[in-house]
Structures are given as structure tokens and as C-alpha cells.
Write a protein that binds this ligand. Structure first.
Ligand code: DHB
Length: 402
């Protein structure tokens, strides 16, 4: 945990974790919010900067959810307040404070990158306001506050099945290439450990800076190592840059197989990435082409409401975050007290557009299917086509501690 925090600091500037006296006082006065007639939900996401696609997708999904499910739950009016943190943790923290203290928000959602989720954890604990992480995916985030829940995924959850698929499909010698911060380090560790335990060899662990990444020198090292496969994680919004450099360096014709978490072949970017992604095998929890009646209806409605934009896994994280809040409020009969909501959310299960999901009552993380997919063309458009399912996967990081 410490190392991820210090990495975050290095990348995003210092996190002011101390709380001002003013805030402490104000947080002590917010108990009244439980009795309010309007329940406010704050959605804090990057709407600008390199992770802007996360904010765009999550805002669209949260709004669609409200449009479909109404603005009243258990007799209470719901108000969604959307804030752009630009991807800067100090801003995320300030916006969370304002939402809690000034707006008296009952729940906070969003958190597009791990350092942004971490910046708010001490506030959610102190104010007893549920913090639903709908995007960020470093495993340890949910351990930072008993008020944190997650409807996205964890990198260990996605990376272990990728390594297991590799072992069954003749991949023995690998190089890993990840963004150098929390989720990348999780992906690297859990993929590498699983491959090694299964008899494979990891010849290099390459870490690329998150901001303004130049993949070229790292791709040259992948080429020089000539592994069976290179395993890649970059966060949502960065996959097109990676794939462009991958093909420019001729890696797509090198015989080195590209395998990844689904963050790289993000539905939001696949059309832009183009045919170089064809055949890339990857593991994740959501594909826009997931074959279920719920998902077909969701994709159609999402596109209709957003000028044809295709939903990605970030959209689904926010859509399910809203579902979790609505379901919890129904259960508490509209009582939005933080501890009451936390108790209601633990163990909640529903049919998501991604498949069946539930909230692990012990870890507050999501339990969900992980799908093995391959990028293919369907009616002229690129999709991650699911071809195998690993059912009801818990976060392996927390399961290993038991
Ligand atoms: C994180 C961000 C992403 O965009 C993603 O795809 C996975 C993880 C994160 O910072 O936790």
C-alpha cells in the first residue's frame, strides 16, 4: 500500500491527507442529511485531461440510469451532481469536501484513477459517507475505508485469468509491460505470479510512466527479448497510443503475441485503434458485445442517448454504481444515513449488463464473471468477442490474505 501511495504522490503531486479543523467541525454537523427529502449523489470524475473518456462515459451512464429508473426512490427525490476533477487528486479531495459539507451529499461515486480514489478515502471514513468506486481498480483501494465499495473491477481479478489462459495456450516465456502506478503494478504482479507458478517464465517486467508515455524504447526491449507473448496493461483512454506505437515498431508482425487486460482494447477506443487490434486476446468483465438481453437493451439506449457513442467498461461501472445506490435506498426505505446504506449494500446482488454480480460483504468489492475475449470484426465494427467465462471471480488479492 505504501508503495502505491508514494508512487501516486510522485505522479500526481502531494496528497494533502490532513483534515482542516473547519472540515472536522462541518463533518460533525452533517447527521441531518439522513432525514432530507432530496438525496444528493456526487459523481466526481475526470472530464478533461488524458482520462476524460472515463468521465464522459460515466456521466452518460449515470444519467441514463436515472432516465430509465426515475428520479424518485422510496419516496425520496434523487439529485445527481457531476464534478470534473481533471484527474488531479487535490481537486478530487476538495470537490468531495464541498459535496459532503456544502451540498450534504449522501453518497459519492466515480474516481477515475487510483490516486483520486485514495485522496477521498479518509474523508469518507470521517464523514461516514459511502464512497462507491465506479472506475479505479487497484485491489487495495477498498481497504482504505470501511465506507468504500466498488462496482468496477480489480486488476488481479482480470490478470489472473489472462495468465491461466496463456498457460493453457502454449505461452511459456513472457514480458510484461504496464503503466507504472497502482493498477499496473497489480496487473504485473498477479499475471507474473500466476504464469510462474504454472511453469512459465517472465523474462522482463517493464514499467512505463503513466503521463505522456513513450512506449518506443520499451517495445524495443520486448522485441529484443523475443518472448512468446507480451502482457500489457494501460488505463482506459491510453490504449490507442500504445497500439499505434506497437504497430509502428512492427511488433504486430514480429510473431510475439499481444495479450492484455481489456483496458487496452477499450470499447471506447477500438474503432480508433483499428485492425491492428484484430486477434488480440484479453480478459475483462465487460464487452459492449456481451450477449444478453439486458446488455443489448443497455447498449441500444446508451447509443441513442449519446449520439451513437458505444458504452465501455467505465460506463458499466457507473451504471452499476447507480444501481447499487438505488437498490440500497429501496432496502433502507429511503434512509440515506451512511452506516445504514453500508449495511444495505453489503451482499447486494443483481443482474448487471455485464452478467451476474454481487457485492462481497467482507471486502465490499464486486464479485463478477471475467470473460476471455478476442478482438474480431462484427458487421464491419471491431468488438471484444467473449469466448470463455470464468464465473463469480472474487478479488484474488483479498482472497489470498485469508
Ligand atoms: C485505473 C484506471 C483505469 O482507467 C483503468 O482502466 C484501470 C484502472 C486506475 O487508476 O485504478
Amino acid at each position: 500500500m505504501k508503495s502505491v501511495r508514494s508512487l501516486s504522490r510522485r505522479l500526481f503531486g502531494s496528497l494533502a491527507l490532513s483534515t482542516t479543523l473547519g472540515l472536522t467541525t462541518a463533518l460533525g454537523l452533517i447527521g441531518a442529511s439522513a432525514a432530507q427529502d432530496t438525496i444528493k449523489i456526487g459523481l466526481i470524475v475526470p472530464m478533461t485531461g488524458p482520462s476524460a473518456s472515463t468521465g464522459r462515459q460515466q456521466e452518460a451512464a449515470a444519467k441514463l440510469f436515472i432516465q430509465q429508473n426515475g428520479t424518485t426512490v422510496a419516496g425520496k427525490k434523487i439529485e445527481l451532481i457531476v464534478k470534473d476533477d481533471t484527474g488531479a487528486p487535490d481537486t478530487t479531495k476538495r470537490l468531495a469536501q464541498e459535496l459532503i459539507v456544502n451540498d450534504k451529499a449522501s453518497v459519492l461515486l466515480g474516481f477515475g484513477l487510483t490516486p483520486l480514489a485514495l485522496a477521498v478515502a479518509p474523508l469518507s471514513t470521517q464523514a461516514k459517507v459511502p464512497q462507491i468506486v465506479t472506475a479505479a481498480a487497484t485491489a487495495m483501494i477498498t481497504e482504505q475505508s470501511p465506507f468504500i465499495f466498488r462496482t468496477s473491477f480489480t486488476l488481479p481479478q482480470a490478470s489472473v485469468p489472462m495468465a491461466e489462459w496463456g498457460l493453457k495456450n502454449g505461452i511459456k516465456k513472457v514480458v510484461t509491460l504496464v503503466s507504472d502506478y497502482g493498477p499496473g503494478l497489480d496487473a504485473e504482479k498477479w499475471f507474473s505470479d500466476t504464469i510462474t507458478k504454472g511453469g512459465g517464465t517472465v523474462v522482463e517486467n517493464l514499467r512505463v510512466p503513466l503521463r505522456n508515455p513513450d512506449f518506443a524504447p520499451f517495445l524495443q526491449r520486448v522485441k529484443d527479448a523475443s518472448p512468446d507473448a507480451v502482457f500489457v496493461f494501460v488505463p482506459s483512454g491510453f490504449g490507442a497510443t500504445f497500439m499505434k506505437q506497437f504497430s509502428e515498431r512492427g511488433l504486430d508482425k514480429s510473431g510475439i503475441k499481444l495479450i492484455a487486460t481489456g483496458d487496452v482494447t477499450d470499447d471506447d477506443l477500438l474503432q480508433e485503434i483499428g485492425d491492428v487490434s484484430l486477434g488480440v486476446v484479453n480478459t475483462h468483465h465487460y464487452s459492449a458485445s456481451h450477449n444478453s438481453p439486458e446488455n443489448k437493451a443497455f447498449v441500444e439506449a446508451f447509443k441513442k442517448a449519446n449520439n451513437g457513442m458505444r458504452p465501455n467498461f467505465m460506463a458499466v461501472g457507473a451504471y452499476d454504481g447507480m444501481a447499487l445506490v438505488y437498490k440500497a435506498l429501496e432496502k433502507t426505505k429511503g434512509n440515506a444515513d451512511g452506516e445504514t446504506l453500508v449495511a444495505a449494500m453489503k451482499g447486494m446482488s443483481w443482474t448487471s449488463v455485464r452478467g451476474p454480480v454481487s457485492i462481497d460483504p467482507e471486502t465490499r468489492d464486486i464479485i463478477q464473471n471475467i470473460y476471455v475475449r478476442k478482438v474480431e470484426k462484427v458487421n464491419g465494427e471491431l468488438y471484444n468477442q467473449e469466448f470463455a467465462t470464468i464465473e463469480a471471480v472474487k478479488d484474488p488479492f483479498k482472497a489470498a490474505k485469508k
